[in-house]
Design a binder for this molecule. Structure first.
Ligand SMILES: O=c1ccn([C@@H]2O[C@H](COP(=O)(O)O)[C@@H](O)[C@H]2O)c(=O)[nH]1
Length: 234
């Protein structure tokens, strides 16, 4: 049996049955499945058991918590019992908020989201973030890691700069991944799976290029095989 690829498939499905079906199709090929706001807000905690299924695949709970520290601590504590492998918070919540999540969910890897991959350079300027995204991402990452975050979420375009900033011990997670020629859809700062890995990403978040394919299992297997060929060459 081959080792599952370092991919978290974003199960952004309209209903639980579809999410569980996608999870079943992709889990032989990928290490992780990701539950986001759409599913969690619709179905609540039950969704975790449904997508985990019999395989017991790692579940990444992408709730992007962002509130005052006391509220985030309570929310993180509430979901910690679901045993997600990874739980996201927004780095923009500041160090006390990140620290509160880390303390409240000690068994989950707390991943701090730096700048959403859907924001273009123009969008970033409009919300007051001047200069190259790399700079802001590195600043936010340093604060989050200083507060105890064990993982960071960034665009694959910033992952090399971030790796240089934080070193090898922090897990770098990149959404905004599109196979060559695929539609970027609402993502702005994108790169291919090969480039994301070559630049230092540990875990690629990929949703619609897999779940929107006629056969999500085959799409996941194909991207996984591409990554495996890269590591075999090393
Ligand atoms: O900056 C971020 C943080 C999280 N996401 C999430 O990743 C997936 C991406 O899905 P695609 O279909 O591959 O675009 C989605 O669940 C987002 O909520 C992100 O895209 N960017």
């Amino acid at each position: 049996m081959t080792t599952p690829a370092p991919i978290a498939v974003a199960l952004d499905a309209p209903d639980l049955e579809t999410a569980a079906r996608w999870a079943g199709l992709v889990t032989p090929h990928v290490s992780t499945v990701k539950v986001g706001l759409e599913l969690y807000l619709r179905y609540g905690p039950d969704v975790i058991a449904s997508v985990r299924g019999a395989s017991g695949v790692r579940v990444f709970l992408d709730l992007k918590l962002h509130d005052i520290p006391n509220t985030v601590a309570a929310a993180a504590r509430a979901v910690a019992r679901l045993k997600p492998a990874i739980l996201t918070v927004h780095a923009a919540g500041g160090p006390a908020m990140v620290q509160a999540a880390v303390a409240a969910a000690p068994d989950a890897q707390i991943a701090a989201v730096t700048l959403l991959t859907s924001l273009s350079d123009a969008d970033l300027r409009e919300i007051g973030i001047q200069g190259p995204p790399d700079d802001a991402v590195r600043r936010m990452a340093a604060v989050a890691v200083g507060a105890g975050a064990q993982a960071l979420v960034c665009s694959p375009r910033e992952v090399a700069a971030l790796r240089a900033e934080v070193g090898p011990g922090i897990t770098l997670i990149t959404p905004g991944v599109r196979p060559a020629g695929a539609d970027a859809q609402d993502q702005a700062r994108v790169a291919t799976p090969e480039d994301a890995i070559a630049n230092g990403a540990d875990l690629l978040v990929i949703g619609r290029p897999i779940t929107g394919a006629p056969d999500p299992g085959a799409a996941a297997a194909s991207i996984a095989a591409t990554l495996r060929r890269m590591t075999d060459k090393e």
